[in-house]
Design a protein around this ligand. Sequence first.
Ligand SMILES: CC(C)(COP(=O)(O)OP(=O)(O)OC[C@H]1O[C@@H](n2cnc3c(N)ncnc32)[C@H](O)[C@@H]1OP(=O)(O)O)[C@@H](O)C(=O)NCCC(=O)NCCS
Length: 235
Amino acid sequence: MSAGALPEGGFAAALPARPLPPDGRRLQVDTQAGDIWVERLAGAALADRLEELAVLRLAVLGEFPYLYPGSAAYEERYLSGLGSLPGGLILAAFDRSRMVAAVTGAPLDQELDTLRDPFAHAGRDLRSIFYFGEVVVLPSHRGRGIGTALLETGESHIRETDRFTSAAFGEIVRSADHPRRPKTYRTPDAAWRRLGYRLEPEIGGTLSWCDAGDREETAKPLRFWVKSLATDIGA
Ligand SMILES: CC(C)(COP(=O)(O)OP(=O)(O)OC[C@H]1O[C@@H](n2cnc3c(N)ncnc32)[C@H](O)[C@@H]1OP(=O)(O)O)[C@@H](O)C(=O)NCCC(=O)NCCS
């Protein structure tokens, strides 16, 4: 499936319906969102949902601000690797039997050099930081608290390990007048702040890929959000 075009209505029809995950937990979201279930995907549950997860991620990552073309083969390799990585985390949210959102993450010391290096240069202890990769929510389900509730569920999983003192994630910085920025685009910054994440101006990096529709790879500036897990109030 092409990552650039988001099949809003077609997404649900693209894959067969599956039974609800047996170990799913109800996600604490606005009642307006209806019943949303979350399940940690690993082992057989991940194998069973791998294609659905790859399609969901490719659809959202193909949009602004990522504009990341990706490929199903790469996604499936990446997600299988993450599923078997000690400390790797994949949570998926379901509306009835359909996957509508997901978050991935791994210990920062297991991440790409391009993500580790900015923290190492800022003198941070990589072993104590859990790094969330991407939070992705289908457009049809945005603005109902699912993305932030998934991130909070991820935090509760990592708190249980007793290993991490902070959680972090990177954000692609796109210019305010980027030609492909949708007029309706809303930045989630205020929501990250409400969850206790703070921008760390002294930690900065870049990630490179060829934007969907472009011919050449370009470097995208990254800024990082960090939350102390010591308290719920944040860093
Ligand atoms: C960002 C994202 C994960 C948030 O998930 P969500 O389920 O919509 O999040 P919530 O309902 O918990 O709301 C969080 C914020 O998302 C923002 N948001 C982004 N798109 C939105 C939409 N279509 N409708 C409503 N809010 C939206 C809002 O600013 C909201 O903050 P607010 O409560 O202060 O208004 C989701 O919108 C998404 O997948 N977006 C595409 C990818 C992206 O932009 N990622 C951010 C890169 S850091």
